[in-house]
Design a protein around this ligand. Structure first.
Ligand code: ZN
Length: 162
C-alpha cells in the first residue's frame, strides 16, 4: 500500500522528471495512486506525494470519472481567476483559499499512454493546477500570502505535533 508523504518532507520541493514510457510498473503505480487518493478522501494525488519523482498525477472530483495525467503540459489558462478553497493530502488539516485561473487546457497521456487534450473548469481545473504544481516542487501554500502561509504552517505543526 502506498504511503502518502507529509509536509515538511523535503521531497515535496523537488522537481519530477518526465515519464519516458508507460510500462507495467507505471500502470500499477497509477492504479495504486488512485486507490491511495480514494482512501485518503482526496481529489488529486501526484507521484511525488508517494515518493515517485515522476511527472504524473491522478484526479477524481465529484461527478466526474477518475482521471490520469502523465507528462502533463498546461497549454492555456484563463485570464479570469477565482479563489477556491484548497487542501492537500500531504498537508492534512489545512485548508485555505488560493487564487488561480478559473479554467485550463491541458495536454497529457492517459494510463494507456495515449495522448489527450482536455479543457477543464471549476473543481477539475483547480485540481489539475494544484497537482501540476506538485510536479515542480510547489505546494498550494506557496501560492498564498507568505504571512498567512507561516500562520497556517504553525497551525499545521501544532496539529501534527499533538
Ligand atoms: Zn497537494
Amino acid at each position: 500500500m502506498l504511503e502518502i508523504i507529509k509536509w515538511p518532507d523535503p521531497i515535496l520541493k523537488k522537481h519530477s522528471v518526465v515519464v519516458p514510457d508507460i510500462n507495467g510498473e507505471i500502470d500499477t503505480l497509477l492504479t495504486e495512486m488512485l486507490e491511495a487518493m480514494d482512501r485518503g478522501k482526496g481529489v488529486g494525488l501526484a507521484g511525488v506525494q508517494v515518493g515517485r519523482l515522476l511527472r504524473l498525477f491522478v484526479a477524481h472530483v465529484p461527478n466526474d470519472m477518475p482521471r490520469v495525467f502523465i507528462n502533463p503540459d498546461i497549454l492555456e489558462t484563463s485570464i479570469e481567476v477565482e479563489p477556491f478553497e484548497e487542501g492537500c493530502l500531504s498537508i492534512p488539516g489545512i485548508y485555505t483559499d488560493v487564487i488561480r485561473p478559473s479554467s485550463v487546457r491541458v495536454q497529457a497521456w492517459n494510463q494507456k499512454g495515449r495522448p489527450f487534450t482536455l479543457s477543464a473548469e471549476g473543481y477539475l481545473a483547480r485540481v489539475i493546477q494544484h497537482e501540476f504544481d506538485h510536479l515542480n516542487g510547489v505546494v498550494f501554500l506557496d501560492r498564498i500570502d507568505q504571512k498567512k502561509k507561516q500562520r497556517l504552517l504553525v497551525e499545521y505543526e501544532a496539529n501534527v505535533g499533538a
